[in-house]
Design a protein around this ligand. Sequence first.
Ligand SMILES: Nc1nc2c(c(=O)[nH]1)N[C@H]1C(S)=C(S)[C@@H](COP(=O)(O)O)O[C@H]1N2
Ligand SMILES: [Mo]
Length: 544
Amino acid sequence: MKKLNLGNGALVGALLTAPLIGVMYLAAQVAGLPFVPFDLFDWLTRVLPGPLITFGIDLMIDTMLWLGASVADTAKTAEQIMAVLQFFVGGVIAGAIFFGVVTARKIKSDFIAGIVIAALFGMPFITLSLAVGQSTVPPLLQILWLALLFLAWGLALSLAYRRLTPVEPEATAGTDETRSVERMNRRQFLVRLGAASAVITVAGAGVGAVLARTEQRRQEQALEDSAAHQAETGDALSFPNANDPVMTAPGTRPEYTPIKDHYQVFIRTEPTEIDGAGWVLPITGMVDNPLMLTLDDIKDKYEARDQYVTISCISGRVGTSLIGTTQWTGVSLQKVLAEVQVRPEARYLHINSGDGFYETVDLDLIAADERIMLCYAWDGHDLPVGHGFPLRIWIPDRYGMKQPKWITGIEVTDEYKEGYWVERNWDEVAQVKTTSVIDTVAVNAVIENGEQKLVPVGGIAFSGDRGISQVEVRVDGGDWQEAKLRSPLSETTWVIWRYDWPFAEGEHTFEVRCAEGDGTPQIEETHANRPSGATGIDSYEESI
Ligand SMILES: Nc1nc2c(c(=O)[nH]1)N[C@H]1C(S)=C(S)[C@@H](COP(=O)(O)O)O[C@H]1N2
Ligand SMILES: [Mo]
């Protein structure tokens, strides 16, 4: 069997693709140039069949839960790592194929061969990045930059082939000595290539990571400043339930989520950045008065509404961290639609987003609920980039998947179209499933009540906009005991509950269930998240 050099090809592919990724990453951080691995990953997740994607996401989340990692914190990082690995493997395979084909076909590995492999490997990626990528650098510059990188990669590959493949035996008079010198040279070349590869990769990825971290810090600082602002004005402005005597059990999540801790979910590997100054919202289709609204138009023309809102993700398990509460500010969609004069035959809004996400909203739903709003601020400030700047919709009692962020266009139509996640087999309505969760069994905050010791147990219950009338806790399968409810920030936020449990030493299992405002009990049977949102009793083990 002829030796095809596949191993060498894969090795060189690896040694060249790693620095390629490093340099691309650096340029993405420095100049906003495309980072191809993320674009490839984003594109694949968009075009691959929904069931495969959801299977992949489930697998990833199960792995993270198994590893004990926070889903809200690590999901994106895991995706980004997968994206980089995927591209890296692509480069390794391309290297192996190049070596194999050149060897098998006895092609001369010269300049031309380098250009050809660069084009074959690079062109699809350049096309892809231009088509689906988020870089705001002028396309011509993107093309030039990527072409240059892939060209360097291809030429290095062809050069490496020449250095690593022994010349035809007849050409080297073939003494043992010359052969061993050649082997030495080859080894030396590989060592040098490896060293250069490591230096460039580490420098590129390292400096890139520092820049990315700096930018992240800047954004977090901005959020922290706003959080500080919130805390300062918080007392004066005072939450509507500030005087409620039911205090949160120590260890319960904050009732009002600091924005920097609010979960984020988006379909791409990175949040979508929209330039607010250049942004306009077209509202078109079956209307008599189409509008192009700037952000200032939306803020100035219509009456602002503030609403404390809890939003959660349908893909969370019971007890998920993919849920958060803050104050949303925006304008009633009814008011905006009144101005565009929707024609009577229209039935839906198609909402499109800057990241390629889309959803359909029924006009009857909007007509029935003036709270549905186009929202431009969270916690009194412009929406953070990751949460949909400059505009997102809020629909009470629906999971996040029905509520587009980064809105770029609204079309009024009489045609139904499935939304992004509906197309991928998630529930069409996605009404919030009522659930209750134990956050804490506060063994370090025992209350001494004369002879009796009480352990505060606490958490949240959430029912969309249907209220919570009762929360009950039981320990070790005993009788259900009624917990105290703290009045919520609004009728559309979670409810904080608390139960002071009479202390008993040992290992215990705590369980919680709740009922909606009208007494409807939560679903106690365990159902997985898909397709309609997870249900079941949350339980919590603690030894005391
Ligand atoms: N444009 C856009 N909007 C989107 C999404 C998205 O990927 N793109 N994800 C949705 C999902 S699944 C959820 S749970 C919420 C999350 O909102 P948050 O990131 O502000 O918490 O945004 C929704 N809106
Ligand atoms: Mo979601």
